[in-house]
Write a protein that binds this ligand. Structure first.
Ligand code: CA
Length: 414
């Protein structure tokens, strides 16, 4: 197969999933990634239908704005097609798909995007995310409720607020036109890459593998190295001065690359309730992308539940800290009391003294104090006893310490 090497498309089922619900396409002017959802009820069908429909727009456009309009229209047409398919095949109810795509028009890129697949621009060694995720957690980040770091590990990070599917007849699609320069690399990927491989790592790979094919394969490998819990799809488009990034011939990968089989085995598919008919807060799947309708009431319910969780986390964290402090304080008190049952004989200002406690100190904390100073001068003792007193003499009780003092008193030089 002859390729120009200026673009690449790679899709992998990953290490956990049994089927690939992603689809990707690298064509002459058009490049797309779609990530389907709906479990066994059609995620693969949804992304395949969408990508097949959208690839009909792979042609040369006279202006970037024409391309943007055509791409947007293609996504809306794919949305209608998905709704029609669900109408004819009830078992596919609830299926949906993300779509992120670009069309190259000379030194411009037209793009359209819905869902949480991503378009990145790698320029002058720096990776920049161009699209915004249509996810619940991105909403929370945008409104300042959580940080991007918290979003990355949030239990609801795969809840999507917008997709193509059978729910909304006119879904809101983000579109844009951007200038592109020779040397730019456009990366389109499913969340099977962006959720598991850091942007630093992606940037490093794009900076070190010169051909699109090698870089795309390496990105898939990075995801596999992270355990690849999800399907992963990469479409990479290199821009050079020729104005041509074409994949020749066009290449389709993932579920759109295999024939649609849902009609043949539809009887085996279990009937599933669409997620919006279930209680929204109970329908949560933390390990799987799924779509939730973007209604204000639903968003309010999610945010309220989120606050409750955060409050609960804060309360249990505070309780934990208090218990730890109590344990440390109790240990210190018990330990101090233990040391104060001991005595020893030593010297203070040239005199023999009885100390309560132990000789060792903990940093600045003294574990002993003078209990009683005697009238015995060190000078009155023999050099042997002087040495003994200066080195301190242990006693297991006050009586034993006083006994030592008596012996020293008796041993005074006449
Ligand atoms: Ca995915």
């Amino acid at each position: 197969m002859a390729t120009t090497g200026k673009s690449a498309a790679v899709s992998h089922v990953g290490k956990i999933r049994s089927n690939n619900q992603d689809s990707g396409y690298a064509g002459r002017y058009l490049f797309v990634v779609a990530d389907g959802m709906g479990g066994h009820a059609g995620g693969d069908v949804a992304s395949a239908i969408a990508v097949k429909r959208i690839t009909e727009t792979d042609r040369q456009y006279s202006s970037p704005n024409d391309a943007e309009f055509a791409l947007r229209s293609a996504l809306l047409a794919a949305n209608s097609l998905l709704a029609e398919t669900v109408f004819e095949h009830g078992e596919l109810t609830g299926m949906g798909t993300t779509v992120s795509g670009i069309v190259r028009v000379d030194d411009h890129i037209a793009m359209a995007h819905i869902g949480d697949s991503r378009i990145y621009l790698f320029r002058d060694g720096v990776l920049k995310q161009i699209t915004a995720d249509h996810t619940f957690v991105q909403r929370l980040v945008d409104s300042g409720r959580i940080t991007p770091e918290e979003a990355a590990v949030h239990p609801r990070r795969s809840v999507l607020m917008r997709v193509l599917g059978d729910v909304d007849a006119s879904p809101e699609i983000d579109t844009a036109v951007m200038k592109t320069l020779p040397g730019d690399r456009w990366l389109i990927c499913s969340d099977g890459l962006s959720s598991y491989v850091t942007e630093d790592k992606i940037q490093a790979v794009l900076g070190s593998f010169p051909t699109a094919q090698e870089a795309a394969e390496r990105l898939v490998k990075e995801s596999l190295d992270q355990g690849a819990p999800d399907n992963v799809t990469i479409v990479l488009v290199d821009v050079d001065a020729s104005g041509d990034s074409a994949h020749e011939p066009p290449l389709t990968v993932g579920s759109a690359a295999v024939p649609l089989v849902f009609e043949a085995d539809s009887i085996r598919r279990p009937m599933r309730l669409p997620s919006l008919l279930l209680h929204p807060l109970k329908a949560t799947q933390t390990d799987d992308s799924h779509f939730e309708p973007e209604s204000d009431e639903y968003l309010a319910a999610l945010i309220a539940e989120d606050r409750r969780r955060a409050r609960k986390r804060r309360v249990s964290w505070l309780a934990f800290v208090l218990i730890v402090i109590a344990v440390i304080v109790a240990a210190c008190i018990l330990g101090y009391q233990f040391t104060q049952r001991h005595y020893f004989v030593g010297a203070v200002d040239g005199r023999v003294a009885v100390f309560q406690g132990v000789q060792q100190d903990i940093g600045p904390i003294k574990l002993s104090h003078v209990y009683k100073t005697t009238t015995i001068d060190l000078d009155e003792l023999s050099p042997y006893y002087q040495q003994q007193v200066e080195a301190t003499m242990n006693a297991n009780s006050l009586a034993e310490a006083l006994g030592i003092v008596d012996r020293l008193s008796d041993a005074r030089k006449p």
